[in-house]
Design a protein around this ligand. Sequence first.
Ligand SMILES: Cc1cc2nc3c(=O)[nH]c(=O)nc-3n(C[C@H](O)[C@H](O)[C@H](O)COP(=O)(O)OP(=O)(O)OC[C@H]3O[C@@H](n4cnc5c(N)ncnc54)[C@H](O)[C@@H]3O)c2cc1C
Length: 373
Amino acid sequence: MRVTVVGGGVIALLTAVEFTLDGHRVTVVDQGPIPYSRATSFDQHRIIRALHPDDPPATAAALRAHRRWLELEDLFATRFYERVGALTVLPPAAAEAGVLLLTGAGGRARTLTAAELADRYPHLALDSGFDAVLEDDAGVLLAERVLAACAGWLRWQPDVSLIEHRPVVAVDGERGRVSLADGQVLDGDGVVVAVGPWARRLLPERIAKSLVLHRQSLLYCRVPAAAAEAWAATPAVPALGTRRGAWLIPPVAGTALKLTSAAVCHRTDDLTDHVTPEYRQRELAVEFGDLLPGFGPAWVLGSKDCYYLSYAETGGPLVVSLGGPAHAYAACGGSSFKFAPLIARTLADRVLGRVPDPTGLAALDAVPLDATP
Ligand SMILES: Cc1cc2nc3c(=O)[nH]c(=O)nc-3n(C[C@H](O)[C@H](O)[C@H](O)COP(=O)(O)OP(=O)(O)OC[C@H]3O[C@@H](n4cnc5c(N)ncnc54)[C@H](O)[C@@H]3O)c2cc1C
């Protein structure tokens, strides 16, 4: 088959990889370079963790995603998965239930009590009434490296074309036809659209109006030299157990410490700039001032705002048929990076008219969207 993949973020690139592995001819087209620094996928890192409290299917899917990421490292002959584990701070009963959920799904995890947390992570001021789940098959995906590895691998494949700096303006799903802004038309036997937060601009109005745009602020920090060793042994923390939903990514593999919170994620009307307003930076600084002993302005290296879309009905991601052999990942949600290999396989299966692999992410709507990743 000749397949056109619109977008050059993690979902589109991994879908192109799946089509290529299946022996199809693939054209990937992006409005910017591939990878593109304004894409939601383009960042130092993303958390991969399996625990989705009270959600066995998502937990099991995340464990499968973990294994697929390891296979992808081998395929691309690149390392981009720092397996530093993930720490989710929860009330004691929820932590215990979380460990049971994870181990029942085949993962490796244990509970850390409040005293153990204080002992192991003195650089985190956690609520002394909370325990945590420490999971092993989890950590940090070096997102920019993932994109570079996918794009690099695809460039070497004889049946793949990457078309850069060429916005797509229309998709005719029934005909498998993709129209570019410069008038060129790409005809194919199948189409996947995965344009991240830009989807509302490209998809039909009936779909676009069901999508909600979110904007989230991030602080990038350096840690004091005296605490560097402690931070090097810190897992990704998708939930610090605070009311405002704070979470962080430790400074692994030469990256910065990244701080954010559900409280600085809000709805917005349009995708504009990526500059974090000063009041949001202050908000995050105040929030983390209570959580990281010694935290102050000298830690802050920079900030950035990122966007994602969610499906209004569920608050989660959304896959839609565009008619004929065309499918779109219409809403990427706030937690799709880790699931991207499974999402890619499912999108490829849909276009190829296959029954989605039951070990993949067959029920895309089951992918949860939380405030945390
Ligand atoms: C602040 C923040 C933190 C997050 N943290 C995590 C995390 O820790 N773990 C996790 O699993 N997930 C996380 N996510 C979610 C995850 O990053 C996204 O779900 C994922 O990166 C989306 O990838 P994508 O390929 O769908 O979109 P994108 O990466 O945005 O890619 C879309 C691509 O489409 C291209 N495009 C757009 N319009 C057109 C057009 N008309 N023509 C051609 N090309 C076009 C763009 O240029 C871009 O390259 C986070 C999201 C945010 C915002």
